[in-house]
Design a protein around this ligand. Structure first.
Ligand code: UT7
Length: 331
């Protein structure tokens, strides 16, 4: 059976580093609070005018280089983002244009923190069915422009950040490597626990002066509730995807969790009984970049020698929706 395989990865983050101390200068927070509650030391935020599609383009160039491909070798784009540059169209087409790619299909996936896992599953289906051969998968976000950087928004402003990760996928050799299985879920009962209310098409106009005054255009989160569900759902999903491929936690070489909060990763690690060597975290340097955390981490793992041919890797994510899921990958 043809399996989809990751042939190249790349990442791009803005060059503007925002430290905890910088945030403490503009809102009521402290480096100590942020480090101990989230594990974040610094994050990257875009400069005025820098866009998500631009970051995705840079990440793509690096992934294409690793794969030994050119943009003209791509057959489709799957772009995961909850923060498109515009309300419509989605960022897939802006990336297609920047790449100078042919008129290949480009879709956006809007499943927030779980975006990259969902996007991988779409690319996997396309490749395995034979519909498309080489598929570019993106997880990219610009969250900083949706953050309330006054003390009112401190519970989200200190966490969320900007960045992009890319993966070029294609059919792999028939040797058992590639994307092996997915475990995907949603539970809309919690939709308002991590969301951006406005602009929305249910409002006319889609954003009002009242919305702006109330801060309804900012990312809003019930942190405690999200945390509680995240630490239960991600380990559950990791176990479920391993069961699907007939493997156990002992077979797992590396877990790459969505970088939401270091405490969430550490609780999951304890719950799964994994040693620290088998869980990759980089939230200290990048914060929570939503759909971009996993492809950014994957790229660091690939380039840093943390994954070797034959390794079993699971990526797992939980977030806004709620949406969550995992993918098992034999490298
Ligand atoms: O990627 C999508 C998924 N997202 C997540 O998984 C995030 C999940 N949630 C979290 O990571 C945590 O809930 C937070 C880091 C957001 C918050 O940590 P917490 O330990 O749950 O804090 P809390 O919200 O219960 O707040 C505790 C205190 C409050 O003060 P009082 O009411 O006890 O006086 C907050 O007002 O900490 C205060 N607080 C802050 N203090 C300093 C909240 N944010 C900050 C801040 N700096 N930035």
């Amino acid at each position: 059976m043809t399996r989809a395989r990751i042939l190249g990865t790349g990442l791009a983050v803005p060059d503007r580093v925002v430290t905890n101390d910088e945030l403490a200068g503009i809102m009521d927070t402290s480096d100590e609070w942020i480090r101990t509650r989230t594990g974040i030391r610094e994050r990257r935020w875009v400069r005025e005018g820098e866009t998500g599609a631009e970051l995705a383009h840079t990440a793509t160039t690096r992934a294409l280089d690793m794969a030994g491909f050119r943009a003209s070798d791509l057959d489709a784009i799957v772009y995961a983002t909850s923060t498109p540059d515009h309300f419509a169209p989605g960022n897939g087409v802006f990336l297609q244009r920047r790449l100078g790619a042919a008129t290949i299909p480009a879709i956006d996936i809007r499943t927030q923190c779980a975006g990259f896992v969902y996007a991988l599953s779409v690319a996997d289906g396309w490749i395995r069915s034979g519909l498309f051969r080489h598929v570019l998968v993106i997880g990219a976000e610009v969250q900083s422009t949706a953050l309330d950087v006054s003390s009112r928004g401190r519970n989200t402003a200190v966490i969320f950040a900007d960045g992009a990760g890319a993966a070029v996928l294609g059919p792999g050799p028939d040797d058992g490597s590639g994307l092996l299985a997915f475990d995907l879920h949603s539970d809309g009962h919690h939709a308002e626990k991590l969301w951006v209310d406005s602009p929305g098409s249910m409002y006319h106009p889609r954003i009002t002066a009242e919305h702006l005054k109330q801060g309804r255009h900012f990312l809003a989160m019930d942190g405690k509730e999200v945390f509680r569900h995240a630490v239960a759902r991600m380990p559950e999903s990791v176990r479920a995807v391993l069961v699907k491929i007939g493997c156990t936690l002992d077979d797992l070489n590396l877990l790459v969790p969505h970088q939401a909060n270091l405490r969430i990763s550490e609780m999951m690690q304890r719950e799964l009984g994994l040693d620290g060597e088998r869980v990759y975290n980089n939230i200290d340097r990048y914060g929570n970049t939503t759909a971009a955390t996993i492809p950014i981490a994957l790229d660091e793992c690939v380039r840093g020698g943390r994954v070797r041919p034959g390794d079993l890797i699971v990526v797992t994510a939980f977030g806004s929706g709620f949406l969550w899921g995992s993918a098992a990958i034999r490298w």
